[in-house]
Ligand binder design. Sequence first.
Ligand SMILES: [Zn+2]
Length: 165
Amino acid sequence: MITKTCPHCGIAFKPTRRKQLSCARKRCIAAQAAESRDRITKYQAAHRAAKQDTIAKSSAAYRAANPDKIAQYQATYRATHRDQIAEYQAAYRAANRDKIAKRHAAHRAANRKKLAGRTAAYRAALRDEIARRTAASNAANAKKRAKQNAASRVAKRLSKARIKR
Ligand SMILES: [Zn+2]
């Protein structure tokens, strides 16, 4: 007859059943039961997680492969359940009024910051652009004025020369 060592008390025992893992002490039986329960729970959780992962993967693949079919299905669903959806949404809004208000406020606050940042960036960009344009126009005007001055000097010289003759 084989003997096993009880993992809970470390004492050798002769199992009466093939799958008996602990000795027959109440404390060890309880400990063994708790361990099995724990193992089963863990196994079930892992199994559930694996199953969910598989489901998520296969539904993602389905969505990717059948976008038209899904859009069609959703449109049909919305059309046939219009009242139900409206009712559900109204109930949700009524039940979550505070939550929704808070979410809206948070959204507004976040966008305000974003918007303010965008406006500042726009103003800065505009400032640079205006400065660049002003400088370019000043340079062009200076060139034009210089050309005009030169032309008028030449004209004056020419007219003086004509008078002398
Ligand atoms: Zn034991």
